[in-house]
Design a protein around this ligand. Structure first.
Ligand SMILES: Nc1nc2c(c(=O)[nH]1)N[C@H]1C(S)=C(S)[C@@H](COP(=O)(O)OP(=O)(O)OC[C@H]3O[C@@H](n4cnc5c(N)ncnc54)[C@H](O)[C@@H]3O)O[C@H]1N2
Ligand code: MOO
Length: 633
């Protein structure tokens, strides 16, 4: 493809500057109001103050069950000198909410009334005028303001509006937001998901976000990469909506037409914003309406929506932005960043002792799970080359601080059982291998570290490593599970792989785990025993960070085998050749053992629910699960 066919002139406009340029072109005439029925007004925002039509109550009413009396006629009643009064003449029986008719002007509660023969009662104290009566307008007086303008109607407001006799009111019109997913590779039905095709998930996320911020989403089916079709679709969407979002096709690909089309039918204000992810964003105006080209990668899509589309929708819907909660956290891993743009990094958060620890998640713009798992987002300014581990950073919370405080932070080796535990209790689980976990624990960044480290001299698991890396410190090892490790192989074992010796065969390709992973140590221990050179294993250098990644690699024929746990092989419907059981345990500093999160964790792993669920995964033994061994001083 020729270079001139591409949009290679993507600028790098500062985010605030881009916002300023764009928002100055938004015409107020499109921000209007409508009159609606009060019954449909929940969560709408008033465009003007709303006043009561009626008083409430609109008649004098009883506030208690009892009798209505003329107060003046009860004066003088005492315990010594009670008054006997007659029904119909001196009083009438009344219930809460009933109309108080003339001449009655007070209510005596039924508990204070002594009933005598039929039609006569005795009272022991006088009533004062208006006692236990709700006078007209006690709640609301006609013409009183019920709610001000720019107020989002809550259920309790709805009650007051109806009590005040309001049947119609004026609210801001919800902006209609056209959503156009683009790309010939994008499909919307699961059955069309062939190789090379991508399911349209972004536009569904946009629909949800538009609703959340008070707009009406108008999503259409994905549009293929065809200049004329896309142009006509955008023109139609501009006609029918207040705001138009075009997803993907925003960067420099040969079929990234969005910017050319907006330039032809309107004007491009900005192409390229200094934000990562989200750089190739397009901000344009067509027929006076805002049109935004949002980059296709899911994380970029979300970040651009939150940074630029959300404030735009709020400008129309008048929904108030929730105050962002920003917290200071200690960064657990160094982050390197480019001077070219501001970077938004997703992080996991957890309180370890009183320190809020932020652990960066993967930064790939295509990794949606990094958003799902994120507890917060930290911003690295454009003029920074990165941040060192141990430094304080400001993090915008995506979850409540209380839920972060409840979360047990685990950093270490990966196992499928961690997903099960996190489904039973709040757990944030970082997967960096057993040695990575030990290092994180030494830095005080986690409560527990799942480890499975084989001592090549003794054949024992974990204890010698704890003694070595936590000299002079009292540590606890909570026994986890025994899990079956072995070779994951394709169904039917077409390469006839049976043991470690087969790994050096010409026709066998392998995939390894990262350095420091317990499974890697297990491999090295076994090949050492057999005097196998690592260079003789094809694929020894190809490293994966989880058991599931190894299983996927085998499943997709990207290698013939890899070492890993049976549950991962079973989950991917692979065959499995057992090598042996190993101990997957949890390291905890002794002083945390009284912490409620740890107590809860032990209860969870000892529970029947947990044991039943891991039985279904296959390849686990649980006879010592939850037992605690003390290691060190
Ligand atoms: N030579 C250059 N290449 C790229 C640049 C650049 O500056 N120069 N920018 C990169 C960056 S950064 C991003 S972000 C992407 C933006 O790409 P586009 O907006 O043009 O989107 P596509 O290339 O069509 O798609 C990218 C990717 O997004 C996913 N996608 C698209 N639509 C959807 C959808 N509706 N639902 C879910 N996922 C979707 C899909 O995985 C695509 O592969 O460009 C880089 N390239
Ligand atoms: O800007 Mo792209 O959104 O970094 O991935």
């Amino acid at each position: 493809m020729k270079k001139e066919d591409r949009n290679i002139y993507i600028s790098n406009t500062d985010v605030d500057k881009a916002k300023e340029i764009f928002f100055s072109e938004i015409r107020d005439k499109f921000i209007s109001y409508e009159e609606i029925d009060v019954l449909n007004s929940l969560n709408r925002v008033t465009s003007e103050a709303v006043f009561a039509k009626n008083s409430s109550p609109h008649y004098n009413s009883a506030a208690m069950d009892g009798i209505a009396v003329v107060a003046e006629n009860t004066y003088g009643a005492t315990e010594v000198n009670p008054k006997i009064i007659e029904e119909g003449k001196d009083f009438v029986y009344i219930n809460t909410g009933n109309l108080i008719k003339e001449p009655y002007n007070a209510v005596i509660m039924i508990e204070d009334v002594i009933e005598l023969e039929k039609g006569k009662v005795k009272i022991l104290s006088p009533a004062h005028p208006w006692q236990h009566i709700r006078p007209i307008g006690e709640d609301l007086v006609a013409n009183e303001m019920i709610i001000p303008s720019k107020h989002k109607i809550r259920p309790l407001d709805l009650g007051a509006l109806i009590a005040g006799g309001v049947d119609k009111l004026k609210v801001y019109k919800k902006p209609k937001v056209g959503i156009i997913p683009t790309g010939s590779e994008i499909v919307e039905k699961f059955e069309d998901l062939k190789e090379g095709k991508i399911i349209d998930s972004n536009s569904r996320m946009f629909e949800g976000l538009v609703l959340e911020y008070g707009g009406i989403p108008n999503r259409i089916s994905p549009v293929k990469d065809d200049y004329e079709i896309l142009k006509n679709t955008i023109l139609k969407a501009v006609d029918e909506n207040d705001i138009v979002l075009i997803n993907a096709g925003s960067s420099a690909g040969s079929e990234d037409y969005t910017v050319k089309i907006i330039r032809e039918i309107g004007k491009v204000l900005v192409h390229g914003v200094a934000i990562k992810p989200g750089k190739p964003t397009i901000l344009g105006i067509v027929n006076e309406k805002p049109v935004i080209g949002i980059p296709g990668y899911p994380v970029s899509s979300y970040m651009v929506f939150e940074t630029l589309v959300k404030p735009l929708i709020l400008k129309y819907s008048k929904f108030k932005e929730n105050k962002e909660e920003i917290k200071k956290a200690v960064l657990s891993k160094r982050i390197v960043s480019s001077l070219k743009n501001k970077e938004l990094v997703r992080v996991n958060l957890g309180y370890v002792k009183d320190k809020l620890i932020a652990t960066p998640l993967t930064r790939g713009a295509g990794v949606t799970m990094s958003l799902v798992k994120a507890d917060g987002v930290l911003e690295i300014p454009q003029n920074s080359e990165g941040i060192e581990a141990g430094n304080f950073v400001d993090v915008k919370l995506l979850k409540t601080e209380d839920s972060i405080k409840e979360t047990l932070v685990s950093i270490g080796s990966h196992d499928l059982i961690m997903d099960i535990i996190s489904d039973i209790m709040p757990l944030s689980s970082g997967h960096v291998g057993s040695m990575g976990g030990i290092m994180a624990m030494r830095r005080g960044e986690c409560h527990i570290s799942p480890i499975h480290l084989l001592d090549e001299n003794t054949g024992e698991y974990n204890i010698s490593y704890i003694k070595k890396y936590f000299k002079g410190r009292k540590m606890s090892l909570i026994k986890g599970v025994k899990r079956l490790q072995g070779f994951m192989i394709q169904k039917g074992n077409p390469k006839n792989i049976n043991d470690f010796k087969d790994l050096i065969r010409e026709d066998v390709s392998f995939v390894n785990r990262q350095r420091g992973a317990g499974t890697r140590i297990l491999l090295d221990y076994n090949i050492n025993k057999l005097d196998i050179e690592t260079s003789d294993i094809k694929g020894y250098e190809r490293e994966m960070t989880t058991h599931m990644a190894v299983a996927v690699s085998v499943k997709s024929n990207s290698c013939d085998t890899g070492l890993g746990i049976m549950s991962a092989a079973k989950a991917m419907d692979l065959d499995f050749i057992p090598v042996g059981y190993e101990c997957y345990d949890f390291l905890v500093p002794f002083e945390y053992m009284e912490d409620e999160k740890i107590i809860n964790f032990i209860n969870v792993i000892k529970s029947e629910e947990f044991k039943n669920r891991i039985n279904n995964l296959g390849g686990y033994e649980v006879e010592n699960t939850g037992e605690v061994i003390i290691v060190g001083e």
